[in-house]
Design a protein around this ligand. Sequence first.
Ligand code: MLT
Length: 311
Amino acid sequence: MSTIVLDEAKTIKTLNNISEKGLHVFKDIYTLDDNHENPDAIVVRSFNMHSMEFGNHLKAIARAGAGVNNIPVEQCTEQGIVVFNTPGANANAVKELVLTSVMASSRNLFDGVAWAKTLEGEGEQVSKLVEAGKKQFVGKEISGKTLGVIGLGAIGALVANDALRLGMDVIGYDPFISVDTAWNLSRNVQRANTIEQLFANCDYITVHVPLTDDTIGMFNEETFSFMKPGVQILNFSRGGLVNEDDMATALESGKIGRYITDFPNDKVLKMENVVPVPHLGASTKESEENCAIMAARQVKDFLETGNIKNS
Ligand code: MLT
């Protein structure tokens, strides 16, 4: 069995480590630079595979991550190539960043830290300036505030449950929620029957749905109009969920109090009330390892037994 790993060195290193730990997932691991032209399977993280030609040995592609936007799924299906992803393997990493961001934002940490770094002077002078910051950056506590969670899959359910533990009220919305997922969700998460109901009642809204024809641009001028003035929106899912022109206008008017996203585009990147995060949602050592291991096991199992298991 041979596989090619096209993407980041970290994924390759993880797969090599797995072999060293005695798991021997693959006999051979190649990188793109090795010019291995006709692999049985490909494990990939972010590499865009849309314009790639696939060799006639290729049986499976596994994405070491949740979204499959970088893989031409329809073309693969037509060619009989199975596509895997690793749902849940990075959920904890994303959850931690979402909740960190909610807390940092409500305490004005992003602005306070940036402001402190601009201070100039010496000794006591700087201390006095720093002291002045406590009036300028008075924050709010998240306890008792309402967080809306759109999408209650692996990530959304973790965010919702832990936000409750932090003392927030949580409203969840997911038109496709399955019974299995519902079991993972605390009873104290209030379920909104319509997305408008969620929009109308939240101080913070975080979104955890894939980018599809139904969800593209779901945050736009019309949906903003249902929201509380000053609501803060967190988007660690996909940039395309938000209409960035409408977002820029809503940020300018103050309708949206803050937009925190790891998919900022040039329209909002430099705006004062935007927190542009590099695409860090799943970037922890633990999450990268979990995703690489899950992807490698899926492919190994499939090549050896024909089993298709997306978990
Ligand atoms: C994902 O789809 O899982 C995320 O975009 C995480 C990533 O691979 O960076």
